[in-house]
Ligand binder design. Sequence first.
Ligand SMILES: *[C@@H]1O[C@H](CO)[C@@H](O)[C@H](O)[C@H]1NC(C)=O
Ligand SMILES: *[C@@H]1O[C@H](CO)[C@@H](O)[C@H](O)[C@H]1NC(C)=O
Ligand SMILES: *[C@@H]1O[C@H](CO)[C@@H](O)[C@H](O)[C@H]1NC(C)=O
Ligand SMILES: *[C@@H]1O[C@H](CO)[C@@H](O)[C@H](O)[C@H]1NC(C)=O
Length: 443
Amino acid sequence: MNINNLIKIFFLLIILSIEIGQSLIPLDRYSTSSILIDKKLFFFGGETDHSLKPSTTLDQILYLDVSKPFNTVNPPFEELPNTIPFGSSYAIAFPSSQKNVIYLFGGITVNVNTDLDDFKSILHSYNLETNEWTIPTTSGIAPGRRREISGVINNNTGKFYAFGGLSDQFTGTPNNTIALNDMNIFDINTLAWSKGSTINAPLPRADYTATLLSNGIIVFIGGRETNAFRDVDINQLALYDTKVDKWSLMTARGVTMENRFLHSAVLTPDERIIIFGGRKVPNDDPVLNQLAVLNTKTTPYEWSIPQVPAIDNMPLTTSAHSATLVGNYMFINFGQITPITNPQIQLPFFYILDIRNFTWIIQFEPEKSTIDTTSVNKSPTNSTSNSPDLPVEKSDNGKQIGIILGTVGLSIGIGTVVGFLGYKYYKKQKYKHAIPTAGSPTI
Ligand SMILES: *[C@@H]1O[C@H](CO)[C@@H](O)[C@H](O)[C@H]1NC(C)=O
Ligand SMILES: *[C@@H]1O[C@H](CO)[C@@H](O)[C@H](O)[C@H]1NC(C)=O
Ligand SMILES: *[C@@H]1O[C@H](CO)[C@@H](O)[C@H](O)[C@H]1NC(C)=O
Ligand SMILES: *[C@@H]1O[C@H](CO)[C@@H](O)[C@H](O)[C@H]1NC(C)=O
């Protein structure tokens, strides 16, 4: 080894140590699944305009330690060394009774190196202690493939509810897009799938939010309905009572709201639903009042629009972002801003709203008290300390895929650059970004 090589190695080591000292700057992404487990906020997969791999669908798992203070300008994102064994987007993440397992339900599942469909199961589980991905062995009839869904888990019963969504070319329906309106229930204690009521169910719907109130009622807000993907009247709330498995409809009062889809919702401790962002049918225009509050303590429920001072033109209205309640703060991460087809303006957006006084903050200070574990898909505080061990099927699939992809990755290394450009063009034609609809010119 001559002196030149030694010098090169020396500088390489310096560069590496600088890299290690800095926090990760994540790629822009949308339709990511977020979940708060203890003091870690996880982000699974998503779609990106700036993928480093052939697929726009990410297999990356990011997390943020919310026990420490940080600044949203340079948030200390970290990446788990292991990935999801497939590219995942538009999925729902929810926790199991034993807090060390996260389930990932539905969405797009692709091979990140070929971008081909890689569907194996509607449900995967990820063990936070062993980092292992498995396909749980479930009973009952598992729901068909779908995306652009929302789901909730009931804290006390251990039941997960996922309604509707849509099945398209990326989720098992090659030449069509079909909106759905079945209610699927998964019991995390028995690992059994079942169907909820269809009587008085809303029309087939996607891109809505679902929020579980403490009285067991799930509130469905907005979205798009039927195979024509018309906007849902946001003042007409579909309610599902999980205690008696019954649908009902409620006309909200208060301000007249703009309809929207691909917005987000969180539930505050005093049972207000805060919604943020979303876009409008048919041109994907942003909504004017991106923040709105639904008070569920009055009957009928009441919409209001809080007056929120913006800081530095922030926040831009995003859609297909994630929203998670961390104590008294609503975290809004990632998403797309209009025009959604412009990759130059897409950034890893990060906004934090203090829900006590509707103030956007840049500097996050964790609260001294225990951090609320409520998230978009509510965590079960306890459900089952004496629950049976999860009878999960041990699967080596994840590892095998990793090895196969690794090999393919090496052998196609050079071909990828050329293939990538061609692929990008092709991708634009395919439009994975949201539902292809009759009236939408942005497709
Ligand atoms: C989808 O369309 C293609 C091309 O028209 C056709 O070859 C294929 O059989 C169709 N697939 C299904 C499931 O209908
Ligand atoms: C979860 O359950 C606990 C008690 O079991 C309750 O105090 C809490 O409000 C519930 N959280 C939600 C979001 O329903
Ligand atoms: C909002 O409330 C928090 C907590 O009470 C407080 O620290 C903060 O200063 C308030 N912000 C404004 C702008 O009043
Ligand atoms: C959770 O379960 C444990 C063991 O049964 C119990 O001691 C604890 O009080 C429970 N916590 C809540 C919040 O219900």
